[in-house]
Design a protein around this ligand. Sequence first.
Ligand SMILES: NC(=O)c1ccc[n+]([C@@H]2O[C@H](COP(=O)([O-])OP(=O)(O)OC[C@H]3O[C@@H](n4cnc5c(N)ncnc54)[C@H](OP(=O)(O)O)[C@@H]3O)[C@@H](O)[C@H]2O)c1
Length: 291
Amino acid sequence: MITAEAAGTWKLGDQVVNRMGFGSMRLTPNADRDAAIRVLRRAVELGVNHIDTAAFYVTPGGILDHGTGPKRYATELIREALFPYDKSLFLATKVGPGLRPDGEWETAVTLSQLRAQVEENLRRLQVDRLDLVNLRLTSRTAPVGPRFEALASLRDEGLIRHLGISNATLAQIDEAAAVAPLVSVQNSFAVDLQRDASLVAEMTERGIAFVPFFAIAGPGREDGPTTATPDAVREIALTHHVSEHQVRLAWTLHQGDNVLAIPGTGDEQHLLDNIAAGARRFSEEELARLA
Ligand SMILES: NC(=O)c1ccc[n+]([C@@H]2O[C@H](COP(=O)([O-])OP(=O)(O)OC[C@H]3O[C@@H](n4cnc5c(N)ncnc54)[C@H](OP(=O)(O)O)[C@@H]3O)[C@@H](O)[C@H]2O)c1
């Protein structure tokens, strides 16, 4: 059985994690709560020790609201499945946008609302300190300094171990880095979703983790995998006898030792396939075709 170790490791802040992690956003649409919990436990059994989440991964009324069943929070599913947490488990979360009670997004959050979001994550995950908080931006031009300063003071208070940023431009990353050190940048990135491709090499250079979301979904984004797969992905999948999704995921891991995969799934077989993709190696010629 291939485990998450096959993808290699990266030191995220002060903790070594397997580069094959897990994104929890796809757990909440699953109407079967027990199935979501099984997926989380299976992921950890298979060596996943880096899980990405957010207090706003909630349904119904949150993102990916499929309108099914009672409210489910990804953070609470993680707690229910995995608490008490093993010391090797690294839980990364994000704050920034808030969800109003009516399910609409609140993007202009105040500094005190940021603090409340951090506290909500602490409460739902049942931890005293969050391993990593990414400031999730909703504007590529807005200043980030004051919000990053607010998070840095929560880190100084002991509520957060490490800081990161998400959906950021290089200028915003630089602005945040001038306030406090960053251990991760989490942006969308896939073989066919390359708006931020230049950031990958830049973060490699700086020794900062680059954590792509939508590595499998690509341009399908929240709607999930697109059917318009590039020819090279399809051909290489056939050669390796793996799925196109596995090629997409393996390709992201080839982009640098600092690139950490967080594929999202609510399906146990997809989880196994994703972890297996971490063992897939492509030749220089194949990488050139995928590029
Ligand atoms: N910072 C941000 O703004 C941000 C934004 C979005 C997401 N994220 C984080 O990044 C993680 C990854 O993003 P994502 O979940 O949106 O996209 P993703 O991992 O690229 O793709 C997930 C989609 O692909 C499907 N899928 C996954 N593995 C598959 C497989 N082996 N075969 C076939 N289909 C497969 C999933 O459906 P099934 O459930 O049916 O497998 C789901 O529809 C999220 O879970 C979340 O933690 C962060």
